[in-house]
Design a protein around this ligand. Structure first.
Ligand code: PHE
Length: 495
């Protein structure tokens, strides 16, 4: 098409209206505009002028009128030879009142008020509206008054149409030289670059969107939870170790060695290295833990069994983030000892844990836990309940219920329930408790310091938030990556 445009220009100097040119050449206008732009990009072969014209075009209703007749004509066709009942027509004819108004004012039909009968006044009609729209469509002129009327009837609307005048440019030629887009090594070596014409940079072109990473929904929800903890003055615990020793994961938490959770059915043990380096666990602390398990102390009788170091050294994939909490509380106790002063702390963590679960729609072998703890003098169950209300309130959850529960490391322990308005039932949203003295005393924390703590999963609120009912849509090898790409920002609604 480039050649045709150039030929016409060389013969006629100018193409006054690209729309007419397109029509004469059996092309779409857009196509000619494309050809014009590509010629423009070659330099100054052509010159162009943008022009515009207001044009009447048919609306959807206008197009329908063109193909099937005006509303009043369609109503006229609906009235049967012996007349039709007004009520019937009203019911069956869409847009009845306008059609009826027009058809009666054109005296095509009339209504007998007494009987409610609508009858035709003529055998056949000439649909003037349809005829006008046909003319308009062919580019013929129709009176302004009629145009205004049709505009009011929403049959036509005004559109600004852009088109161009193309004329010869100062560098006009019938031949178009292909402009180079890249300066190549070959051009430099051969010297061809000296005579080569280059395509100008198009600084207003849209750039290619750079590829970038996308946050997984779990990570989005995690940052919302992190924000809540930070607002409440908590600091984050370092959770960057998935492999943990049984000691910190269980023993330090006063979880007896014969507890079923410490079975390979529930826990993933690491085979290489199967044991942690004993020197990494402070010997005196290990001794104190051993004593608490086997003999007790500070008023407790312990579990009365032979505690095995071998068992405690076994490596595993941590089964809960409470393993991190136990490390941090031990550290806190050491700091208290060395400074002689206990300082209260508020800590939280959100990270991955592993359990040897049977996989189903709501369980995976790895998931994330959210955990918070507060260590201070004389904390009570009242403090824990207050903290839970405060925490869940920030998530927009106000209605809580607590149920006594059991954890080896907390006493008392409470499961936390909230009423789910969508599911219309009470659902478990977390677990909590006050860490046992049997856990805190061996660490060396002062006897009157208590630690309240709670934990919940990250997956459950994420699935509720993103309306997923199968956890495998969220994690694992079957995850649709497009979901990660497309899923929206997480905003927790704090009603
Ligand atoms: N560690 C518990 C679990 O894995 C959660 C919990 C944390 C319970 C802190 C009480 C206190 O379910």
């Amino acid at each position: 098409m480039d050649a045709v445009v150039l030929k016409v220009l060389s013969e006629n100097e100018v193409i006054p209206d690209t729309r007419v040119f397109a029509k004469n050449n059996g092309k779409k206008h857009q196509e000619i505009v494309g050809v014009m732009k590509s010629l423009q990009s070659l330099g100054d072969i052509i010159a162009t002028k943008e022009l515009s014209e207001e044009k009447w075009i048919l609306t959807d209703e206008g197009s329908k009128t063109l193909s099937s007749g005006s509303l009043e004509a369609r109503l006229f066709q609906c009235v049967s030879e012996n007349g039709s009942q007004l009520d019937e027509l009203k019911k069956s004819f869409e847009g009845f009142s306008v059609a009826f108004g027009k058809a009666t004012s054109k005296k095509w039909i009339s209504l007998d008020k007494a009987s409610g009968m609508v009858t035709k006044n003529l055998d056949c009609i000439v649909d003037d509206v349809q005829k006008d729209l046909e003319s308009l469509n062919l580019g013929e002129n129709i009176p302004q008054k009629t145009l205004d009327d049709y505009k009011k009837r929403k049959l036509i609307e005004k559109r600004i149409e852009k088109f161009y005048e193309i004329s010869k440019g100062p560098g006009f030629s019938l031949e178009t030289e292909k402009l180079a887009t890249d300066l190549t090594t070959e051009m430099i070596i051969s010297g061809a670059w000296k005579s080569q014409a280059f395509k100008a940079y198009n600084f207003s072109a849209n750039g290619r969107l750079p590829d970038s990473g996308h946050l997984h929904p779990l990570m989005k929800v995690r940052s919302e939870f992190r924000q809540i903890f930070l607002e409440m003055g908590f600091s984050e615990m370092p959770t960057n170790n998935f492999v943990e020793s049984s000691f910190w994961n269980f023993d330090a938490l006063f979880q007896p060695q014969q507890h079923p959770a410490r079975d390979a059915h529930d826990t993933f043990f690491v085979s290489q290295p199967a044991q942690c380096n004993k020197t990494q666990i402070p010997a005196d602390y290990m001794e104190a833990v051993k004593k608490m398990h086997s003999e007790g102390g500070s008023g407790s009788i312990g579990y009365q069994y032979d505690w095995s170091e071998e068992e405690a050294l076994k490596n595993l994939l941590r089964t809960h983030t409470t393993a991190v909490s136990s490390r941090m509380l031990y550290k806190l106790a050491q700091k208290t000892k060395s400074t002689g002063k206990f300082e209260p702390v508020k800590l939280f963590s959100i990270d991955r844990v592993f359990r040897n679960e049977t996989l189903d729609a709501t369980h995976l072998a790895e998931f994330h836990q959210i955990e918070g703890l507060v260590a201070d003098y004389d904390l009570t169950l009242g403090n824990l309940i207050g903290m839970l209300y405060e925490f869940f309130n920030k998530l927009g959850i106000k209605n809580l219920r607590f149920k006594p529960a059991y954890n080896p490391y907390t006493e008392p322990s409470m499961e936390v329930f909230s009423f789910h308005p969508g599911l219309k039932k009470w659902i478990e949203i977390g677990n909590s408790g006050i860490f046992r003295p049997e856990m805190l005393i061996p660490m060396g924390l002062p006897e009157d310091v208590s630690v309240i703590a709670w934990g919940l999963s990250l997956e459950r609120p994420t699935m509720i938030k993103y309306k997923l009912d199968n956890i495998r849509d969220l994690c694992g090898h079957k995850v649709n990556l497009q979901m990660v790409y497309d899923n929206p920002l997480c905003r927790i609604e704090k009603h």
